[in-house]
Design a binder for this molecule. Structure first.
Ligand code: MN
Length: 193
């Protein structure tokens, strides 16, 4: 087993009520685990076996890309949450958000609307380019901004498995509630400016 699933830095009930322990049990315990298990099975005995996960994402397609990217995306997703994290961005990231979106609240609204409008399964991302400019990116299925040479800093999972147990079809409510658990100190640490 080349890749192991990282243990969550909080207990399963820590993200309530935004995300229930039952959803953690299925989403982290079964869905994320399955992507990592599939990834390990697909790279066994191939040149991908010795590559870092980011390079596999850049150089693969088909089932290997899907499972590698989904493994990366889920680790990135679950590690940006913390029950008592930093509630708003600060420093250079906040300056950039205000410059591009007017205010933090306007950015949040636009991010939620973009996520709610994804047709089918996918991810809503905030990423930056080489100059630090931010971009809200809608990704279908396993898509990841790394393949566009952008640096992801925040992501909300909009596959139904991420919210259906807690919110049923109310995707917009789920997206809105996630702001309660995002730890902006983690997001800031991903923004290299
Ligand atoms: Mn998911």
């Amino acid at each position: 087993m080349k890749f192991t699933q990282p243990i969550l830095p909080y207990p399963p009930d820590a993200l309530m009520p935004a995300i229930s322990p039952v959803t953690i049990d299925y989403h982290y315990g079964k869905h994320e685990k399955a992507y990592i298990d599939n990834l390990n099975r697909l790279i066994e005995g191939t040149p991908f076996e010795d590559m870092p996960l980011e390079r596999i994402i850049m150089e693969s397609d088909g089932p290997l890309f899907n499972n590698a990217s989904q493994a990366w995306n889920h680790i990135f997703y679950f590690f940006q949450f913390m029950p008592k994290g930093q509630k708003v961005p600060g420093g250079r990231l906040m300056e950039q958000i205000e410059m591009q979106y007017g205010s933090f609240e306007d950015f949040q609204r636009q991010f939620e609307e973009s996520g709610a409008s994804i047709f089918g399964s996918g991810w809503i991302w905030l990423a930056n380019d080489a100059d630090g400019k931010l971009e809200i990116i809608k990704g279908s299925n396993a898509e990841n901004p790394l393949t566009r040479n952008l640096n992801p800093i925040l992501v909300f999972d909009v596959w139904e498995h991420a919210y259906y147990l807690d919110y049923q079809n109310r995707r917009a409510d789920y997206l809105h509630r996630l702001w309660d658990i995002v730890d902006w100190s983690v997001v800031e640490s991903r923004y290299p400016f």
